[in-house]
Design a protein around this ligand. Structure first.
Ligand code: NIG
Ligand code: FE
Length: 439
């Protein structure tokens, strides 16, 4: 199956050579090809170029032509931080917040993550799967073309396995790449004396068992006052390292307890949240970037989650300062029932410009190629390089990328095209019923 998109006002992220990520000033130079065409063959980007140099069509057989009529084409969003598998929303806690309680006070009363864990432990795997699949389908219809999903609402071996099995089923059924992150250390469940005792159980029993079943691509820890300290985070990162698994770690959401320094020293794949982010933390990330480039490997990616800042009314990660320092900033949704009940990546991009001062091209780069890099997927998604998966969106008419944030409540995404190259035959028909166009 071949598709040709013509008369594209701006083709974004079409590189001749796609870099692993873009950092600092290179983020503002994320490529835009004006008045362009894009050819897709068998689910992959075949070629692209300016309309003025369109070579013509030699073979018309089985060719679909889409006249984009002056719209923009962007790589699909790559959402590298989500908690998309959960048992139910927590809108009653939202009401408690409106009545004056803080997120931390609600958690201290047994709400928050422990509340989600109780509900999830009681829900059958099939129902959990159906509800999560619904959320993934909705995210895809809003332009998401790759996603990471964490466990962490199970907190027992059995319930964490149930969550990760749901993620494994989503990987099979959905036409987008999905990464599974084991977040055993999300909160200390009842029955354990303290965070250290539970961490030992996670490192010695849960992680090896779940990794042995092939259910874990990354590990995560909620490194935060009242949850897990730097010492516990280190135990998990070391245990994961011995299994060849990298860390994507929740750090500096409410307090800086030294998580960034530890994660950079441990060569964690990413540090996520960073709402509290000092100049020293930025310096640690820069040192990590330098060492990584000397060793020719990925740096520790800084991941900002502006939806969480918006929803909890807490500071935004200093995105402008992180980019100005030369770092490869990433944007993700943090979709979860407590601190960010939305998987809308377009909103994350809008907030990045409106609240963090990012240029439109920087925000788009952070939510596409850099998001893919933060999942180790930037060789196949996040940009429109030749041979890449044809996962992209066509926007509504826009003057320029700045309209995404300027018209801050208008719909941006008109149509989403997702490649079906890795989807198995039995689930193929099912996939085609999404509100997206499958290539
Ligand atoms: O990324 N901070 C830790 N985890 C989630 C929220 C978890 C919850 O409230 O359910 C987050 O914000
Ligand atoms: Fe999170």
């Amino acid at each position: 199956m071949r598709t040709l998109l013509k008369n594209i006002k701006g083709l974004v992220g079409a590189f001749d050579e796609v870099p692993r990520e873009v950092s600092g000033v290179a983020m503002a130079q994320f490529p835009v090809l004006h008045n362009a065409w894009l050819a897709v063959d068998n689910g992959r980007v075949a070629d692209f170029g300016p309309m003025s140099e369109f070579p013509g069509i030699a073979d018309w057989s089985g060719l679909d032509i889409v006249d984009v009529d002056g719209r923009w084409v962007l790589p699909a969003w790559c959402d590298s931080h989500t908690h998309t598998v959960f048992a139910h929303g927590r809108s009653e806690e939202f009401l408690m917040r409106l009545e004056g309680a803080t997120y931390q006070e609600i958690a201290a009363r047994g709400g928050g993550i422990l509340n989600s864990a109780k509900a999830l432990q009681g829900m059958a795997e099939d129902q959990l799967y159906e509800e999560a699949a619904q959320r993934v389908r909705y995210a895809m219809s809003q332009g998401v073309g790759a996603m990471e999903i964490k466990s962490g609402y199970g907190l027992t071996l059995e319930a964490e396995r149930k969550m990760l099995r749901v993620v494994a089923r989503l990987k099979e059924a959905m036409p987008i790449p999905i990464r599974a992150t084991f977040l055993g250390c999300h909160a200390v469940p009842p029955g354990f004396e303290d965070a250290a005792a539970y961490t030992q159980h996670v490192a010695e029993v849960m992680l090896p068992a779940l990794a042995g079943e092939g259910l874990v691509d990354f590990v995560d820890v909620f490194c935060e006052k009242g949850y897990f300290g730097v010492a516990e985070t280190e135990v998990i990162l070391e245990a994961a390292k011995s299994l060849g698994i990298n860390g994507k770690v929740h750090v500096n959401q409410f307090n800086d307890i030294g998580g960034v320094e530890l994660c950079v020293n441990q060569r964690a794949w990413s540090v996520d949240h960073l709402e509290v982010c000092s100049a020293e933390a930025i310096q640690h990330l820069l040192e990590g970037l330098e060492t990584a480039s000397l060793e020719d490997r990925s740096p520790t990616y800084p991941v900002a989650l502006p939806g969480c800042s918006h929803f909890l009314s807490i500071p935004y990660a200093p995105g402008r300062a992180l980019v100005d320092a030369g770092l490869p900033l990433v944007l993700a949704s943090d979709h979860n029932p407590g601190s960010a009940p939305s998987g809308d990546m377009t909103m994350a991009v809008r907030l990045a410009s409106l609240k963090m001062g990012l240029l439109p091209s920087e925000a788009v780069a952070a939510a596409t190629l850099n998001g893919a890099a933060a999942m180790d997927l930037s060789r196949e998604v996040g940009a429109l390089g030749r041979g890449f998966r044809a996962n992209f969106m066509v926007t509504h008419p826009m003057e320029g990328l700045q309209d995404i944030a300027y018209r801050f409540t208008d719909a941006v995404v008109d149509k989403v095209f997702l490649s079906l190259i890795h989807i198995s035959e039995p689930t193929r028909r099912y996939a085609i019923s999404y509100a997206v166009f499958c290539l």
